[in-house]
Design a protein around this ligand. Structure first.
Ligand SMILES: NC(=O)c1ccc[n+]([C@@H]2O[C@H](COP(=O)([O-])OP(=O)(O)OC[C@H]3O[C@@H](n4cnc5c(N)ncnc54)[C@H](OP(=O)(O)O)[C@@H]3O)[C@@H](O)[C@H]2O)c1
Length: 315
């Protein structure tokens, strides 16, 4: 099997961290592009090349990546806090659109492939499961910046792969908490978990996302694809399933409505994706959400990434 040189932006983040770990483990060469190399290198025990890149100064990131000539850039970095984006639209546009376009332009110049990690939030209207052509009606600044970035990247790097994703998993950097980690933390602490009944999704466990991105690279597919689980679920039901599988009392999960939370940014109620086009292209079976939750729990039980220390008392 071919080994690739991956340059990964957002490598200290939820997805980027997993991509580095998984691809490093499989013997691929990794160059991480992060704002904070010390943290990355401490976490990864210096086994990867790590360069400093800040999307707020996009030329710095593009220049660094130009020096190492990767086969492929997987662009995970973005301003992902949707409420922050809503309150700071100019910064969101600059980081998520302008800087992403500049990075894709540099990839094109140096002949590197480009994978843009987009979002299921581009499905702002209508009921899921959504096919790729349903995108539109962005309900937030964040969603609009992701959609605009797709267009800009497609124009500047026509062979780019654009993946509309949704994922859950473990942050490899301690001190950060994704949705699933927040749920686990509350279960351990015996605290109530409010799960949204009016917010559905179709996420993959980040380890599966990593494997699917690799499969797409091997097949050389380009264009826009959804990348999620084969079925969707509300965040309330997701929390219930996690609690159930881990042996917690399901009554600690209570139904809530995101519409009543007063968030700055509106989240799409049903961005569940139909990812069949992707799985046909890579000739793989689409994973169900239950399978993804099982894999997530297996990682927890295996005690990888010092997770057990973080969730002491969970198992
Ligand atoms: N989480 C989801 O379910 C989900 C759903 C749909 C789409 N996505 C997309 O998936 C991608 C990966 O997200 P994630 O879940 O891994 O989120 P994340 O954990 O918040 O990671 C985002 C990364 O972007 C980096 N970043 C932010 N501003 C930057 C800047 N100015 N320069 C360089 N790096 C910067 C952050 O760096 P620091 O580590 O230094 O903070 C962080 O590592 C994003 O593009 C996101 O839009 C995520």
């Amino acid at each position: 099997m071919n080994k690739y040189h991956f340059a990964i932006t957002g490598a200290n983040g939820l997805l980027g961290g997993m991509l580095c770990w998984r691809y490093g483990q499989a013997g691929h060469r990794i160059t991480a592009l992060v704002r904070d190399p010390q943290t990355f290198l401490a976490m990864n025990k210096s086994e990867f090349t790590c360069l400093t890149g800040d999307l707020a100064k996009p030329k710095t990131m593009a220049d660094e990546v130009g020096k190492v000539n990767p086969d492929l850039i997987v662009h995970c970095a973005a301003l992902t806090n949707v409420d922050y984006c809503e309150d700071n639209p100019e910064e969101a546009i600059f980081i998520n659109e302008v800087a992403s376009e500049q990075l894709a332009a540099r990839a094109s110049q140096i002949g590197a492939g480009f994978v843009y990690i987009s979002s299921d939030s581009v499905y702002g209207k209508g009921k899921g499961p959504h096919k790729e052509e349903d995108a539109g009606g962005a309900l937030s600044v964040y969603a609009q910046t992701k959609l605009n970035a797709e267009e800009k990247i497609k124009a500047i790097h026509p062979s780019a792969l654009i993946l509309r994703t949704c994922h859950f998993g473990f942050n490899l950097l301690p001190g950060r908490s994704s949705l699933a980690e927040w749920m686990l933390g509350n279960m351990v602490a015996g605290k109530e978990i409010g799960g949204f009944v009016d917010a559905c999704f179709s996420p993959l466990y980040t380890k599966t996302s990593a494997e699917m991105i690799l499969a797409a690279t091997r097949k050389g597919i380009k264009g826009i694809y959804n990348l999620g689980s084969s079925d969707g679920i509300s965040k309330y039901r997701f929390a219930l399933q996690l609690a159930n599988e881990l042996g917690f009392e399901t009554k600690m999960v209570t139904p809530k409505k995101q519409a009543e939370q007063g968030f700055a940014a509106i989240r799409p109620p049903d961005p569940v994706m139909d990812s069949s086009r992707f799985y046909e292209a890579v000739a793989l079976q689409p994973p169900t959400l239950s399978e993804e939750i099982d894999k997530f729990i297996r990682t927890l039980r295996d005690g990888k990434f010092d997770i057990q220390e973080r969730f002491e008392g969970l198992l």
